[in-house]
Design a protein around this ligand. Structure first.
Ligand SMILES: Nc1nc2c(ncn2[C@@H]2O[C@H](COP(=O)(O)OP(=O)(O)O)[C@@H](O)[C@H]2O)c(=O)[nH]1
Ligand SMILES: [Mg+2]
Length: 315
């Protein structure tokens, strides 16, 4: 029996192995993905982002339980941008996982930000495809709301929930962190703490200034206490509403198509970079070109033009 056959029969160890192969871009990962795409495309991708300690993992766990309790199969991807130093946090995630079933209806993967930009978002996308074709109904993706890599990951989600806490400070700070633009649903977690009402009001008035066209999605703000699973059913309902809304409006499909196009262009770009530029510059006598530039007889632009032309790419 092949690995893929085991995978399709619901074997969790085959799932784990395929995830590792795909995540690492190991031998054969391309062929695996080629086959999996035919069976993927229906799982929802739900993103959760917000400052460290806001309660993203706690909320994702609570929501995972809810989806499981209604018979849905759930995959989780936790993106940890500070990987080398968060052994504790990752361990915490793992400990919590003992509350979850190991019968193939649930899987958790934590991924570290890699050096190469773009590498992580394509890895999370590929792992989501694996989950999807394994038969999961929802993929919950947790990421800290910072750099471009995390934004790329969040971009791939159908619905983005931004999680704030009373301690997040004023709404202006949140806007500066770039979180305002990307949320479809806002969640004020740790609503058991003082200041929850205040941040809710500030958020409401700040969101009010976001361009709202006629018939646009009315962005909900949900208060939760993740650790007591309070408000998490309301949060889930808000997310489900958003999915229904974008499916009815056509945004769901157009967003997915846009993401696929972006992926194709990205694959091409990487391939060009690897193969074409490698071939172009592999046997190049750079020293001489650099001498010419240093002596002032040409510029990096002219040199690139010359190289480009040499390969018949520039008329
Ligand atoms: N008081 C309170 N603590 C919470 C709540 N949600 C999470 N926490 C705690 O906040 C800390 C950070 O939570 P975690 O889910 O790991 O946050 P993350 O870094 O955003 O993933 C943990 O100690 C949680 O137990 C909440 O609603 N109220
Ligand atoms: Mg976390």
């Amino acid at each position: 029996v092949t690995l893929l056959e085991k995978f399709h029969s619901g074997d969790v160890r085959a799932l784990a192995r395929i995830i590792s192969i795909v995540e690492n871009g190991a031998e054969g990962y391309r062929e695996i993905l080629d086959r999996l795409y035919g069976r993927a495309g229906t799982a929802l991708r739900l993103g959760f982002t917000g400052p460290p300690g806001a309660g993203k993992s706690s909320l994702v766990n609570a929501l995972a339980k809810q989806y499981l309790s209604t018979g849905k199969k759930v995959g989780v991807i936790a993106v940890d941008p500070t990987s080398p130093f968060t052994g504790g946090a990752l361990l915490g995630d793992r400990v919590r996982m003992t509350e979850f079933p190991s019968d193939g209806s649930f899987y958790f993967r934590s991924m570290a930000t890699r050096g190469a930009s773009g590498g992580l978002s394509s890895a999370t996308d590929n792992v989501s495809i694996v989950y999807d074709s394994f038969g999961f109904d929802v993929t919950l993706i947790e990421t800290v709301g910072v750099g471009q890599v995390e934004i790329d990951v969040i971009d791939q989600c159908d619905t983005v929930t931004v999680i704030l806490v009373p301690e997040s400070g004023d709404a202006v700070q949140t806007m500066k962190a770039g979180l305002m633009e990307i949320g479809d649903v806002f969640c004020i977690n740790k609503s058991d703490r003082p200041g929850a009402e205040r941040i809710r009001h500030e958020l409401r008035s700040t969101l009010g200034t976001r361009k709202t066209d006629q018939g646009a999605w009315p962005i909900p703000i949900v208060a939760t206490v993740a650790t007591r699973e309070e408000g998490t059913d309301t949060l889930r309902a808000a997310i489900d509403d958003h999915i229904s809304f974008i499916k009815a409006s056509g945004q769901f499909e157009s967003h997915r198509r846009a993401q696929l196009k972006k992926k194709i262009l990205n694959i091409l770009k990487n391939r060009f970079q690897r193969e074409f530029i490698g071939r172009m510059t592999g046997e190049m006598d750079f020293d001489q070109l650099l001498d010419e530039i240093r002596s002032g007889s040409t510029s990096p632009f002219e040199v690139s033009d010359r190289l480009y032309r040499q390969f018949g790419m520039l008329d």
